[in-house]
Design a protein around this ligand. Structure first.
Ligand code: ATP
Ligand code: MG
Length: 601
């Protein structure tokens, strides 16, 4: 297998049981085109778990020449907002851009199902990079709520066929009558209601005659079924609420189970892929479609195990609590497992893709080690990050035998992994900063960084020896006075002299200031969700803010660029940056290269 380019990431996923099924259907010529969908509910921002579903659905579309519709599963007006719709579209586009953007099924903005229903199913447009179709119309996601009218006619059809009835039980009684997995349910007293009466009541529910929860529409299936989802499930409920997409138009809303299979059908979806918790809903998915005598091929549902990464949570319901209670700065806080947080932190989309594709698709629920994600991020960034020098906890170094005021421009490689990345000049002067961590007054054995009387190489520059340690009145080290071997720079007589430690530095006269945000895991335990309140496991040290000194070329740091601050990790510019105020996020630390390099020697 060839190594994927950083832009493409893990372009080819290994096969899995779902791909095997799709491949078989393609071989049989069962469908004219493979059509998947990614159907988030716009009640929060997308997280890393969703990335797995996106990459599976888009991956199948791109591997089998199909389409993946982006659909807002917006049937619950209470929790859904337009802000979330926008963030979802932005996050999906970020993740599939350069990879499967040409598979993204969208529709012209504002098109109603009627207008796009010429062939008996909504036409889709593949999402071009500009987000507009050939005629210049803006494209937008599909919305389940666009199908409310059609879904309503399907409800009417089920009543007419004797397959659904209006029920007057309260929510509590409905629940009590449903029984339990080990106990059959009881028939609702309204189960025998005639079709005519149910039709009349449904019509009046729609017209707004009844308050919230006064009545429901239920499928007439089997109150004794071992599968409780088949015990006359609710299809419609009354909610007098403003909907982000349909406004005040509706006061009855279809339940997920009713709307989802029909939305899939209406969009011509062939493979409806979801997570395992929906496996028990599948008989209902099939029942609804099969009882409507629909003319076109029916979609089928397939389930896989969720991605559950360690040391974090992937549940919008819980993530929203972190946002609302200000445990984080927002949905896009770089510590969040949201795609917007991950992006802001500086993780490339290709690294997210290679992680979620690499963990594979199975039916086994298990915790995924975050180290796997971190490995994917490092692999990706190593190839593309520009190397720069920055000092996170500065301490002053004065080179006493280097002329005051003299500046040397030294050559530094931008990326040893990428010859095309070129070189740059970095200024060297008499006064420098090095990292506090790179000096110890009383070091343990095998400490190869700077110590009194010891030598170290300054990266791209000279070997220096610490001659004098200057302290303030309180005994804190405030300056190191050093002597440089002025022949030891590249090309010099002693350039080849072997020195065990190499450290980074910046010239004090040229350094620019930056705020650097260092992140650690948001939670202190692998499964914050496992027991009790997940918030009690928040890591109080997940953010540390440092005042760093950076080499001057970082003055023009670009938001989309990834940097490696040598020996410190990978960094990216944060949107909080402004003219004269640089803010960097540490995306991820380097593997402990220092310790490893030392071991080799
Ligand atoms: P949450 O609990 O975070 O709200 P959800 O399943 O309710 O998750 P949806 O917006 O309904 O969120 O999910 C959209 C799609 O993403 C669904 O098909 C769902 O199965 C899938 N999905 C959600 N979470 C994960 C996950 N952790 N791993 C893989 N797929 C997921
Ligand atoms: Mg959901």
């Amino acid at each position: 297998m060839s190594t994927p380019s950083p832009e493409q990431g893990a372009a080819t996923a290994p096969s899995d049981f779902i791909r095997d099924i799709v491949a078989e259907h393609v071989a049989q010529g069962r469908y004219p085109r493979i059509h998947t969908r990614f159907p988030p509910e716009p009640n929060g921002y997308l997280h890393i778990g969703h990335a797995k579903s996106i990459c599976l659905n888009f991956g199948i579309a791109r591997e089998f020449g199909g389409v993946c519709n982006l659909r807002m599963d917006d049937t619950n007006p209470a929790k859904e907002e337009a802000e979330y719709v926008d963030s979802i579209l932005a996050d999906v586009r970020w993740l599939v851009r350069d990879w499967a953007d040409d598979r993204l099924g969208l529709k012209p903005a504002g098109a109603t199902p009627k207008a796009i229903d010429s062939q008996g199913q909504p036409d889709f447009y593949l999402g071009p990079a500009a987000g507009a179709d050939a005629a210049g119309a803006k494209l937008e996601p599909f919305y389940a709520s666009d199908y409310f009218e059609q879904i309503y006619t399907y409800a009417v059809a089920l009543i007419e066929k004797g397959k659904a009835y209006v029920c007057d039980l309260s929510p509590e009684d409905t629940e009590a009558y449903r029984g339990a997995p080990d106990r059959p349910g009881r028939d609702s007293p309204f189960r025998a209601r005639t079709a005519a009466e149910s039709l009349d009541l449904l019509q009046r529910m729609k017209a707004g005659e009844f308050p919230d929860s006064a009545r429901t529409l239920r499928a007439r299936i089997d109150m004794a079924s071992p599968n409780i989802w088949l015990r006359d499930p609710i299809l419609y409920r009354i909610r007098h609420a403003e909907h982000h997409h349909t406004g005040q138009q509706w006061c009855i809303y279809p339940m997920y189970d009713f709307a989802h299979c029909l939305s899939d059908y209406l969009e011509g979806i062939t493979h409806s892929i979801c997570t395992l918790e929906f496996e028990v809903h599948r008989p209902l998915y099939d029942w609804i479609l099969e009882n409507l005598n629909l003319p076109r091929p029916l979609p089928h549902q397939y389930e896989f195990a969720k991605l559950i990464p360690g040391y974090t949570i992937v549940s919008k319901r819980k993530l929203i609590q972190l946002v609302n209670e200000k445990a984080v700065t927002g949905w896009d806080d770089p510590r969040m497992p949201t795609l917007s947080g991950i992006r802001r932190r500086g993780v490339p989309a290709s690294a997210v893709r290679s992680f979620v594709i690499g963990v594979g698709v199975t039916k086994f629920i298990s915790l995924t080690d975050m180290a796997v994600f971190e490995h994917a991020i490092r692999e990706d960034l190593n190839k593309r990050a520009l190397r720069r020098l920055a000092v996170l906890r500065p301490i002053k170094v004065v080179i006493t035998n280097f002329p005051e005021g003299k500046v040397e421009e030294l050559d530094a490689v931008n990326n040893p992994e990428d010859p095309n990345a070129g070189t740059r000049k970095i200024p060297f002067g008499q006064t420098l900063y090095i990292d506090r961590d790179d000096f110890m007054e009383n070091p343990p054995p095998k400490y190869f960084r700077l110590r009194p009387g010891g030598e170290v190489r300054l990266k791209y520059a000279y070997i220096i020896k610490c001659d004098e340690v200057v302290k303030d009145a309180a005994g804190n080290v405030i300056e190191l006075r050093c002597i440089a071997d002025l022949e030891s720079k590249t090309g010099g007589a002693t350039a080849a002299r072997k020195i065990k430690g190499t450290i980074h530095w910046v010239s004090a006269a040229h350094a620019i200031d930056a705020e650097v945000r260092m992140y650690d895991r948001l939670f202190t335990v692998p499964e914050p969700d496992a027991a009790g309140d997940f918030k009690q496991h928040l890591n109080p040290h997940s953010l540390e803010i440092l005042s760093a000194k950076c080499e001057p070329s970082l003055q023009t740091a670009a938001p989309a660029q990834h940097y490696q601050f040598e020996r410190l990790g990978y960094f990216a510019l944060d949107p909080d940056s402004a003219a004269g105020k640089l803010v960097f996020n540490r995306t991820i630390a380097l593997r402990d290269t220092w310790a490893r390099e030392m071991q080799k020697k």
